[in-house]
Design a protein around this ligand. Structure first.
Ligand SMILES: *Cc1c(COP(=O)(O)O)cnc(C)c1O
Length: 433
């Protein structure tokens, strides 16, 4: 029988890179056990929600046209509401991505004259145009909705004094972004988000707290909606779609908020009653069912990558030891070449399009060139192994996903192989550990 390092060697991983990887892996046993434990809990949570709502084979059938009485869609939304412990949820293929889900949640719940306040600093890049921080057709700013922001403190904590000072009579909605996105600040734990939510509610109970939950789902045992957030919002081509959802977004929250979201997504009056599921229901259910273990695999990949690169002297966020609150791993290379070689490795490890070479380009919605590596079954899916690097200082690459831990492992080893082949990482560095 062929040995495991032989097959890695055939797959382009040199012995020196492989052996370094195994040494790093040996130090991570306890971390991986912890991740498995969270996945086990979340698997039961999802299973329980499916059983409680009597999910059955007829829920996988497709509706078309208006999509009235789509029992699969309606039950799925109940399952999501139960998983997130909310009153209601909107889970639709008509929500085209995470940005769209967030834009719907914001536009649905804000009115002219209202103010939106972000208390976790600058929101995700694509939201800048939604809000109107960068001028754009149809932004919230064009509708007379103002925006204010309180940055996190230098050590990544909520600035409670600043938040208190920023909340005015106009403040209608507070946004908290759980994941760091394209920044090198720490990701916020559910516990920290819970405290900040309680703090905002203690100032004014009627302020809507909305969480950009992208990349955070199933990383911990609880979700921000377990602690008073009015809406949690995310993309189905990230964690909760489990790699199987081919499109979609979700908003889970209070009945009031979700009603407004449904009226915004479709039309006033029609709301949740329409929206054909077109045959995606089965993948939405099955993806959600797999999401806890898929997320765990991605998390193991993130922890592995952190330790691989930290031990070589690169700055990694989160660091190799820190507890995890999302599946994103940032690695700072300090040079465009580092970012590019890393992404080449991720691409070369993919099951799809492994033979193409990624290049930086001016992606819509981003303010610098971005290089992206993804050889995904679902285009742009970032629960699948993928890496994005904006070509601007500090030249950090944001790495995430992996439908299986083994694929994530191979991708990280391949990224290291590319850096090694390009002379950015040296043999003596790998042998030092
Ligand atoms: C991915 C992401 C979004 C936007 O999602 P898209 O599906 O890419 O539109 C928003 N916020 C955060 C934190 C994200 O990670």
């Amino acid at each position: 029988m062929e040995s495991i390092n032989n097959i890695y060697s055939k797959m382009g991983i040199s012995d020196v890179v492989y052996n370094y990887g195994e040494k790093v892996l040996n130090t991570l046993k306890e971390r991986f056990e912890e991740i498995d434990c969270i996945a086990e809990y979340n698997q039961m949570k999802v299973l329980n929600a499916m059983q409680k709502n009597y999910v059955s084979a007829n829920h996988f059938e497709a509706s078309s046209g208006y999509g009235y009485d789509d029992a699969g869609r309606e039950t799925l939304e109940k399952v999501y509401a139960d998983v997130f412990h909310t009153e209601d949820a909107l889970v639709r293929p008509q929500i085209v991505c995470g940005t769209h889900a967030l834009a719907v949640a914001l536009a649905a719940n804000l009115r002219p004259g209202d103010e939106m306040l972000s208390i976790s600093g600058k929101p995700y890049d694509t939201l800048e145009e939604v809000i109107g921080i960068r001028q754009s057709n149809g932004s919230l700013a064009e509708y007379g909705i103002t925006y204010n922001q309180v940055d996190l403190t230098a050590d990544g904590e909520f600035d409670l004094e600043g938040i208190k000072a920023a909340i005015s009579d106009k403040t209608k909605l507070v946004e908290i972004q759980r994941s760091k996105g394209y920044q090198t600040r720490p990701t916020l734990s559910v516990e920290k988000i819970a405290k900040a939510t309680a703090f905002v509610k203690s100032i004014r109970k009627d302020i809507i707290v909305m969480i950009d939950n992208c990349y955070g789902e199933f990383v911990e045992m609880n979700e921000p909606s377990d602690f008073g957030a009015d809406m949690v919002v995310g993309s189905l081509i990230k964690n909760p779609g489990g790699g199987l959802a081919p499109i979609g977004g979700y908003i889970a929250g209070t009945k009031e908020c979700i009603d407004r979201c449904a009226y915004r997504l479709t039309t006033p009056g029609l709301g949740k009653e329409v929206g054909a599921s077109l045959g995606v229901n089965r993948s939405f259910y099955q993806g959600l069912f797999l999401a806890p273990t898929v997320t765990a695999g991605a998390l193991k990949g993130a922890v592995f990558a952190a330790n691989i690169y930290e031990n070589l002297g690169f700055k990694v966020v989160p660091d190799g030891k820190e507890s995890r609150h999302d599946i994103i791993q940032a690695v700072e290379f300090g040079t465009p070449e580092g970012v590019i070689e890393f992404c080449k490795g991720i691409q070369a490890a993919a099951p799809v399009d492994s033979y193409v070479t990624p290049e930086p380009w001016a992606m819509p919605g981003y303010d610098s060139d971005v290089i992206m590596a993804a050889g995904a079954f679902v285009q742009g899916s970032s629960i699948e192994l993928s890496a994005d690097g904006p070509i601007k200082p500090p030249y950090a690459v944001y790495f995430q996903g992996g439908l299986t831990w083994y694929h994530a492992k191979y991708g990280i080893l391949m990224s290291l192989q590319k850096l090694f082949d390009a002379g950015i990482v040296k043999e003596e560095d790998l042998k030092k550990f």
